[in-house]
Design a protein around this ligand. Structure first.
Ligand code: BV8
Ligand code: ZN
Length: 253
């Protein structure tokens, strides 16, 4: 049974890496990007999450991120986030890489999170480059300005922008050295994040996928578990195998 197989591989692993996507936060109430009611509904990603969009209409883009911050602030981490934080405490060599910018992994207790697409809770000055964390309350004007007078922008990686080289190098190292690579709640559409699983596959790691739907990775995954992150991450990561999980649809290579 595939959950059993995935747990067996995990137990034998010396180095574990995980890549999460928007599906990991869906059960906390945060819309994903590409599902039907997704964040991009009505927008093309390039129309909102790009430097060109911000240059064209900084107020519109800032408002969209402010609305996302308000949504996220009203949400809580789910059992999947908590299972990853718990596993980190028990696992000797563990790296959590996330495409998500909502900060829920950290709020769930994960200590070392590679936020390769940045964070909703970070803003950066378009002039002097100063970065500010913990954006708890809405800023006075839209879009806000830095003391230097330049516009502040969301501290996320937009389409067409390069990821932080140090963070990306750390993520590649983790993917290339893991003997167990877990891909949870991502459609695998966005590069270079989607290539991390390829690196793990190329190295011969056990690659386990958790998703509600098939993705381009599914046919090549060692084990593909069909279901939600909030149930399957605890089922996979908690020390005791859960009872009554026999009916998980899955595929095993
Ligand atoms: C770069 C931050 C290079 C902002 C994001 C062709 C044309 C044009 C561009 C490209 C191209 N090919 C490659 C590119 C480059 C582009 C790219 O990949 N485009 C894609 C769309 C084709 N990539 C980039 O631009 C990257 N930079 O390549 O730079 C470069 C080199 C030199 C010089 C300059 C540049 C930067 C990419 C980062 C973009 N920023 N986010 C923000 O969040 O607002 S990406 C955005 O998508 C989010 O970060 C999101 O996390 C990410 C990935 O999406 P997913 O997380 O997978 O979410 P999605 O909705 O797609 O899927 C959800 C999945 O969960 C589904 O599978 C669903 O079934 C599942 N699910 C749902 N519920 C659950 C669940 N699973 C389990 N349980 C559930 N409950
Ligand atoms: Zn400044």
């Amino acid at each position: 049974m595939s959950l059993h197989e995935a747990r067996r591989r995990l137990a034998a692993a010396r180095s574990v890496a995980v890549l999460t996507g928007a599906g990991g936060s869906a059960e906390s109430g945060i819309p994903t990007f590409r599902d039907a009611a997704g964040l991009w509904k009505g927008f093309r990603p390039e129309d909102v999450a790009s430097p060109e969009a911000f240059a064209r209409d900084p107020g519109f883009v800032w408002d969209w991120y402010e609305a996302r911050r308000r949504t996220v602030a009203a949400c809580e981490p789910n059992a999947g986030h908590r299972a990853l934080a718990d596993f980190e405490r028990r696992c000797g060599s563990f790296t959590l890489i996330t495409q998500n910018v909502d900060g829920l992994h950290t709020r769930a207790g994960s200590r070392r999170v590679l936020e390769i697409h940045g964070s909703l809770w970070r803003v950066r000055c378009t002039g002097c480059g100063e970065t500010r964390e913990e954006l708890r309350t809405p800023l006075p004007e839209v879009p806000p300005r830095c003391a230097c007078g330049a516009l502040l922008r969301p501290g996320v990686v937009w389409f067409g922008e390069t990821l932080d080289p140090a963070l990306l190098a750390e993520a590649w190292r983790a993917a290339e050295s893991a003997d167990f690579f877990l891909v949870a709640g991502t459609s695998g559409q966005v590069q270079p994040a989607a290539s991390l699983a390829e690196a793990a596959l190329a190295r011969g790691a056990a690659v386990v996928e958790i998703n509600l739907e098939p993705t381009p990775l599914t046919p090549r995954a060692t084990v593909a578990l069909r279901g939600g992150c909030a149930a399957l991450l605890p089922a996979l990561l908690l020390p005791e195998a859960p009872t009554g999980m026999q009916d998980i649809p899955s595929k095993e290579r």
